[in-house]
Design a protein around this ligand. Structure first.
Ligand SMILES: C[S@@+](CC[C@H](N)C(=O)[O-])C[C@H]1O[C@@H](n2cnc3c(N)ncnc32)[C@H](O)[C@@H]1O
Length: 302
């Protein structure tokens, strides 16, 4: 074996061992309850470039561009990473924007795992909290955030919608959350209704989902999709545009949901029959459907 290949395999081995150690520690902390943690795809912190690539954008801009804009306005920008792993992404942000204040939460303290030397001092600046994300608001009683990010974490949660609700409550007015796989499953045609409900709460959501690849995944796992037109919002970016901390969750609660495909019990959207849901005009509906089709095409292969 060449020296390079040997080095590479040693590096992979070390990384793999670090992932396994982290997973085992988290499992000890959270117990075996499948509602709390799924070791599937349990990898470490991907860093700011991958976060930018995998997280949704809001109004056509990445979360880093939003941080940069807010940072230039002068007030202190607060950033929370839910499921922050080793804290690498937050440390890189801290390095790039020294005036911001970074916060992270993880099931166990992973700050010592494989953190590059040049980022250590920035990792130390993170307000890093350890605990179960299902009790997010308990960990952040006094803080409110301009930017919230979460990558590859909601898929491990037993009750992602409760965490989505709590995350939204933690946003400042005009704060934006950029969330990966927040656990929303709904019929394509219901997306504008959900948008309307959340707009009535004072929120401005941008969904981003995929249809084809979800169905392929079902197929690949030997499952038959039971609903013909299921839309999975693999991404959600949402801005809080009022002081109302409440975000409605009009879903049928099919608990427990685990992200493991043999046991997939998604939340089903239940469009309410309420007067306060503003009707969507045909023009707006067409516009939203066109946008959705564009996004579906973009995310078909992920
Ligand atoms: C797969 S890692 C993702 C790390 C990073 N966000 C990334 O994408 O590279 C999942 C992270 O979520 C955390 N996590 C998963 N379930 C959790 C829970 N119930 N409470 C607290 N943290 C949890 C883990 O501790 C870990 O930090």
């Amino acid at each position: 074996m060449s020296v390079e290949r040997f080095k590479l395999s040693q590096m992979r081995l070390r990384t793999h061992e670090a992932y396994n150690r982290a997973k085992e520690r988290d499992q000890q902390f959270l117990g075996d309850d499948p509602r709390h943690l799924d070791p599937w795809d349990y990898r470490g912190d991907r860093g700011v470039d991958d976060y930018s690539k995998y997280l949704p954008q809001f109004e056509g801009k990445t979360f880093v561009e939003h941080i940069s804009e807010k940072n230039q306005q002068g007030a202190e920008v607060t950033v929370l990473d839910i499921g922050c792993g080793q804290g690498i992404t937050l440390a890189q942000l801290q390095q790039r924007f020294p005036a911001i204040k970074t916060y992270g939460i993880s099931a166990t303290d992973m700050r010592q795992d494989n953190v590059p030397e040049d980022l250590r001092s920035f990792v130390d600046q993170i307000d890093y909290r350890v605990g179960d994300i299902h009790h997010l608001r308990k960990f952040f009683k006094d803080e409110r955030f301009d930017i919230i990010v979460s990558l590859r974490t909601f898929v491990h949660l037993g009750d992602p919608l409760s965490v989505l609700k709590q995350s939204y409550a933690l946003l400042k007015r005009n704060g934006v959350a950029f969330l990966d796989e927040p656990g929303i499953w709904l019929e394509m045609a219901d997306a504008p209704t959900l948008r309307n409900i959340w707009q009535a709460d004072g929120a401005n959501p941008e969904f981003d989902g995929f249809l084809g690849s979800t169905l392929d995944l079902f197929g690949a796992n030997g499952l038959t999709p039971t609903r013909s037109n299921v839309f999975c919002s693999s991404h959600l970016a949402i801005r809080k545009e009022s002081d109302n901390p409440h975000l409605s969750m009009p879903f049928v609660h099919a608990f427990p949901k685990t992200p493991n495909f043999e046991n997939l019990q998604p939340y089903d959207f239940q469009p309410p029959n309420t007067k306060d849901t503003k009707p969507v005009s045909r023009q707006v509906r067409r516009h939203l459907e066109r946008q959705q089709r564009k996004k579906d095409r973009k995310h078909k292969i992920r």
